[in-house]
Design a protein. Sequence first.
Length: 472
Amino acid sequence: MTDAAAALNPQRILVVDDEAGIRDGLRALLAKEGHRVEVAGDLEDAIRRNDQQAFDLILLDLHLPGANGLEGLGRLRRGASPTEIIILTGYGTVSSTVEAMRKGAYDVLEKPFKPDRLVGVVARCLQTRRLKEKVHLLKGRVKELTATELVGQSDSIRKVMVRVSQVAQAPDTTILIEGESGTGKELVARCIHEQSARADGPFIGINCAALTESLLEAELFGYEAGAFTGATREGKEGLFAAAEGGTLLLDEVGEMPPNLQAKLLRVLQERSYRKVGGVRDLPARVRIVAATNKNLAEEVKNGRFREDLFYRLHVITIRIPPLRDRPEDIPLLAHYFLDHFGRQMGKALTGFSEEAMEDLSEHGWPGNVRELKNAVEHAAILCPGGIIDESHLPKWDGGAAGGGDVIPSETFEMPSGDRSLRSMEKILVTKVLQETGWNISKAASRLGINRTTLYNKIKLFDLSRDRDPVGA
């Protein structure tokens, strides 16, 4: 942690050692790093202080007057968010180290140790604790939000949740759900169904773009025996019959052929339908929810969708925002999916590193929530356990998974003077940083290097976002 960061977010550390010189030295060293430090000379004093106010980290001497530091580990690591502990010992043995780690110690340092080593271990320990707390907070928030099966805390997704609750109270009203592919239109439809008085009935969905016109008609309405070549002798019930008492989702309704649009309009107007080859009207006791990734109003203007059907579907409209418009929901969704895949795969996946979460937050997500789910599944498969880091995530190419971005040749000019490799590399790195608006993840992807390497090159070439080092 830098001095500036520590000043904004000082960590509480307790040093427990029976030697006054070590206590005072560690207090001065850690206070210089920006931490708030207290000291205790024995185990009972340490427990008393920790009970009064929780510490983020305790540096605990293994050999204390009248007590063994290992005996106090359990008493010091109580509560929902137990304090991290680093053991200090001048008599380190393999058995004592193993026992300390088994009881929850973060690390064991043997005296004498160099100040830089202690500062480094403390910084890593506190970073791990912050990640654990962030994961704990996000998991709690996810649990709270997923009571409705919709995950998010952005204003736009909250508005969707409110609208879902409102329309669920009108179990017969037709609903139109609009949104890009992958935003979760079917999930919203299911939420409406499960919160409505039709929840005990079936929920059935069909993709109108997946079948030919004749097959789609037969699936929706069913058919009488011998209605067409290949029809079974017994005939078949359609989805309107199968969904009776429940909800029928017509996904990608904008792809429905004109002839079927007319028949769907009749169902909405008359609340009845006929089987293919039938002569008798049958009641349509279902709620119809239609979903589309197209702008149906534009489709009407262009003559590709019936205007009268549009207005029949357009009673209540729910628009689902794309993921790029609600980036604050990405951490919640990522942890929600990670928890799901962790349980599914039997892995102890505890969260994401700061770099991995930064990569997820900076990606454009053209495939929306579905793409994010796939990315988390990809990472869950590659990660053996613990924290997901950026190496476990897929590589994105221009917003999609698959590889590094392409640098257009016309954007790079050869220098007229110094043409050394270092000079040309500096120009290239600077150009890519400028093109990406200094987005480190995107720039590193375009250059085909990792973020750490890019940071090193920025330092090597003395680059800064506030000035143009190449004089372009």
